[in-house]
Design a protein around this ligand. Structure first.
Ligand code: AQP
Length: 332
């Protein structure tokens, strides 16, 4: 079966709707058709400052949310990135074949480092993409289901894989990004020209998966839209409304054209209210299942330990071949 790998950072509080619609939503069906490896990427999380206790909680919470959303540890391998040390080991080798200029061109790094300033930017943030490449290449991944913002990182991963294969022989399978056409990028509800993002969205512009229904409903109802009256998908002139239509479509399964017809002749209010109701109806069972998993941390830890046990031999096989190919002596 073809292999997929994807990761998500542990986030204090919960994932946001963008993470879910862009990435996690694809992970669930892929565990049926593919050999799927999914990771809570705590090594990536510490590229920005983290409180240790909050990080531990966020890591369990991330796992609980993934299970609550429908991942099944019998059907996929779910593990915590730091439990498989091969990720950092391969990342080092990849750092040594990545050009400084090439890494400097990553737009996510440029955006985040511009916000944090030189002194606030860690070397870890700079090498985030090579660690991500290691995550993917260790598992001989065919496809990487991610949101549209990660396309450039997956392309870098392919470039690095090709370079290493060219230099040392066939060590890595070439992965490609698996990005949904719809909702590849969910925008901030208050600033629809920017991506919904845990670090830069305004508090009212970001819908958290564990928001109480009253809170999320308020966010949808107060979403920024243009002053027009026609419900029409037009990202250029109506970015806010178009974002709401995209979210509505992803949650309901109705096409955007069907939604335009459904809300034809109505103002934006009914669309926002119905979307808020739809979200609540959809997210309530996910929230309930997430809480059930959170109530049993010992079971969560057991699931994650089993996942790491399944992931390690696969990762170790790739790493051993890489170490041998670059000229390291075999270890004891
Ligand atoms: N707004 C989004 N629309 C669609 N997909 C998105 N993803 C993130 N935001 C959106 C996808 O979610 C997956 C996991 O993301 P991550 O945890 O690795 O963190 P991220 O991409 O860095 O998410 P944020 O919220 O945007 O964090 P910050 O603010 O730190 O940059 C990925 O597949 C991503 O594409």
């Amino acid at each position: 079966r073809p292999r997929v790998f994807s990761g998500i950072q542990p986030t204090a509080g919960s994932f946001h709707l963008g993470n879910y619609l862009g990435a996690v939503r694809q992970w669930i069906p892929l565990q049926e058709s593919h050999d799927a490896f999914y990771s809570v990427v705590d090594l990536h999380a510490i590229t920005v400052p983290q409180d240790p206790k909050a990080l531990r909680e966020a890591t369990r919470l991330a796992a609980a949310q993934l299970l609550g959303a429908g991942l099944d540890p019998e059907r996929c391998t779910l593990f915590v990135q730091s439990h498989v040390p091969e990720h950092t080991q391969l990342a080092w080798v990849l750092n040594c074949v990545t050009g400084f200029g090439e890494a400097s061109r990553m737009t996510q790094f440029k955006d985040k480092s511009a916000k944090q300033g030189v002194e606030g930017t860690t070397v870890g943030l700079f090498t985030y993409p090579t660690l991500m490449a290691a995550d993917i290449l260790l598992y001989q991944t065919d496809q990487v289901p991610v949101g549209g913002d990660q396309r450039q990182h997956v392309e870098l991963t392919r470039d690095l894989a090709q370079r290493v294969n060219g230099r040392y022989g066939q060590l890595f399978r070439l992965p490609s990004a698996h990005i949904l056409k719809e909702a590849a990028k969910v925008q901030d509800l208050q600033d629809p020209l920017s991506k919904m993002s845990k670090s830069s969205s305004s508090p009212k512009g970001i819908v958290w998966m564990l928001d109480p229904p009253k809170t999320s409903a308020k966010k949808f109802r107060s979403a920024v839209t243009d002053t027009g009256t026609e419900v029409r998908y037009d990202p250029e002139n109506k970015p806010g409304l178009s974002n709401l239509l995209t979210i509505y479509s992803a949650l309901s399964g109705l096409s955007v054209a069907e939604l335009e017809e459904k809300f034809d002749g109505q103002l934006y209010g009914p669309l926002k209210t119905e979307l808020a109701e739809l979200f609540t109806e959809w997210v309530t069972p996910i929230q309930a299942r997430t809480r059930e998993f959170l109530d049993d941390p010992a079971e969560l830890d057991r699931v994650l330990a089993t996942g790491a046990e399944k992931a390690r031999p696969v990762a170790a096989e790739t790493l051993t071949r890489v170490h041998e190919a670059v000229g390291f002596l075999p270890g004891l």
